[in-house]
Design a binder for this molecule. Structure first.
Ligand code: HEC
Length: 146
């Protein structure tokens, strides 16, 4: 018969193994893990967001990447520019999102983001996102509300 304390000890063992698994995964150095830990809570796993609250990156990223201002806007939104991720990590997350979320992957001629570009943009985080986003979205032909 399994006693109460043995049962607790075996549960602890299981919890320990799960905890180790979690640490191994969370400390893995990859843009996907950075996205999961720092962005996914709002943008969800496939970038589709929440209607009315968080824009669908699968729609807005390909459209806004098409202009210099749009590309810069994507880096200046508060969730990204004020993130704890450093410039190189953030650049890597953006390049990963382009590959993962854009239907068909990175567009032809896509120039990958780098740390210097991220740094230039994030030193000017957006205070009023919609004042900048609405005209950019209209010009790119995507809905101005999400
Ligand atoms: C707390 C929720 C939250 C987190 C965390 C977050 N975002 Fe966002 N994100 C938003 C919201 C809401 C918007 C819409 C603009 C706004 O109000 O800031 C947005 C907009 C964006 C946009 C512009 C898309 C568009 O269509 O306008 C990009 C790109 C983006 N976020 C990337 C990121 C990245 C990369 C991370 C992680 C480093 C991140 N966000 C973390 C909530 C979040």
């Amino acid at each position: 018969m399994i006693t109460g304390s043995r049962f607790v000890r075996s549960l602890c063992g299981v919890a320990f193994v799960f905890a180790l698994g979690g640490v191994a995964q969370a400390t893995e150095d990859s843009p996907q893990v950075d996205y999961m830990l720092r962005c996914q809570g709002c943008h969800v796993g496939d970038g589709s967001g929440y209607p009315g609250k968080v824009p669908d990156l699968r729609v807005s990223m390909p459209a806004l990447l098409g202009s210099v201002e749009g590309r810069e806007f994507l880096l200046r939104v508060p969730g990204a520019s004020l993130s704890v991720l450093d410039n190189a990590q953030l650049a890597r997350v953006y390049n990963w999102m382009v590959d993962e979320f854009l239907p068909g992957g990175a567009p032809t001629g896509f120039v990958p983001f780098d740390a210097a570009e991220v740094e230039r943009a994030r030193t000017r985080p957006l205070a009023d996102v919609n004042a900048v986003r609405i005209p950019l979205a209209a010009a790119a032909g995507i809905p101005t509300v999400y």
